[in-house]
Design a binder for this molecule. Structure first.
Ligand code: HEM
Ligand code: HEM
Length: 174
C-alpha cells in the first residue's frame, strides 16, 4: 500500500481524502433538494444541523488536505498548455472548498441561529447581523452554482481522459 503520491499515481492518503471529500461535498450540494422534501417538518431542522456540522468537517479535511499536499510531491499533472488549465481548475475547486464553508459560517453567525459541530457549540446564537447574513447568504447561493459548474467540468474532463483519450489520468485517482 503506497501512502505517498508517486509521479504516476496518487497514493492511498490523497485518494482517501479526495473521494471522501467528493462524496461529502456532493451530499452538501444536494441539501437544497433534500430540504424541499422535508420542508416545515422537524426533520428540516435536523438536516440543517447536520449540514452545518458536515460543512465544518469539510473545512477541517481541507486543512488536512492542504498540509498533506505540501509534504507530498503529488502525481505529475499534465504538461504544456493543458497543465495551466488543470492547475486553474484544481485551484478553483480548492478556493470553492474554502469559500463554501466560510460563507456558511458567516451566514450562520449573521442569522443569529449560530452553529454547532455535532452538538459541540462553535458559534453561539445571538442577535441577527443583517450585513453578515446577507453577505454570507449571497456568497453561499452563488457559490453553490459555481461549485456545481466546476465539478461538472472536472468530472467531464476525467471522463474525457478515460473514454476518449484513453490515458491513465482517471486510473491514478482510483
Ligand atoms: C462545502 C461546504 C458547503 C456546501 C457545498 C454547502 C451548500 C449549501 C447549499 C447547496 C445550500 C442550499 C440549501 C437550500 O437551498 O436551502 C446551503 C444552505 C445553507 N448552508 Fe451550506 N454548504 C456548505 C457548508 C456550510 C457550513 C459550514 C455552514 C454553517 C456552519 C452552512 C450553513 C448553511 C445554512 C444556514 C444554509 C441555509 C441558508 C438559507 O436558508 O438561506 N453551510 N448550503
Ligand atoms: C465525483 C466525481 C469526481 C471524479 C470522477 C473525480 C476525478 C478526479 C481525477 C481523475 C483526478 C486526477 C486528475 C489529475 O491527476 O490530473 C482528480 C483530482 C482532483 N479532484 Fe476530483 N473527482 C471528482 C470529484 C471531485 C470533487 C467533488 C472535488 C472538489 C470539490 C474534486 C477535487 C479535485 C482536486 C482538487 C484534484 C487535484 C488533486 C488534489 O489536489 O487532490 N474532485 N479528480
Amino acid at each position: 500500500m503506497q501512502l505517498m503520491d508517486t509521479s504516476t499515481r496518487y497514493g492511498v492518503t490523497t485518494r482517501l481524502i479526495h473521494w471522501s471529500m467528493a462524496l461529502l461535498i456532493l451530499g452538501m450540494l444536494a441539501t437544497g433538494a433534500v430540504r424541499e422534501l422535508v420542508e416545515h417538518s422537524p426533520l428540516e431542522r435536523e438536516l440543517m444541523a447536520y449540514h452545518k456540522s458536515i460543512g465544518m468537517a469539510i473545512l477541517a479535511l481541507l486543512v488536512l488536505r492542504v498540509i498533506w499536499r505540501r509534504f507530498n510531491q503529488g502525481a505529475a499533472v499534465a504538461s504544456g498548455a493543458e497543465r495551466i488549465w488543470v492547475k486553474l481548475g484544481h485551484g478553483a475547486l480548492y478556493l470553492m472548498m474554502l469559500l463554501m464553508p466560510a460563507s456558511g459560517l458567516l451566514l450562520a453567525w449573521g442569522s443569529g441561529h449560530g452553529a454547532s459541530f455535532f452538538g459541540l457549540p462553535v458559534i453561539a446564537p445571538g442577535a441577527k447581523l443583517e450585513w453578515a447574513h446577507e453577505l454570507g447568504e449571497e456568497m453561499h447561493e452563488v457559490g453553490q452554482f459555481l461549485l456545481w459548474a466546476l465539478i461538472a467540468g472536472h468530472v467531464g474532463a476525467a471522463l474525457y481522459h478515460r473514454f476518449f483519450k484513453r490515458d491513465d489520468v482517471m486510473q491514478r485517482m482510483l
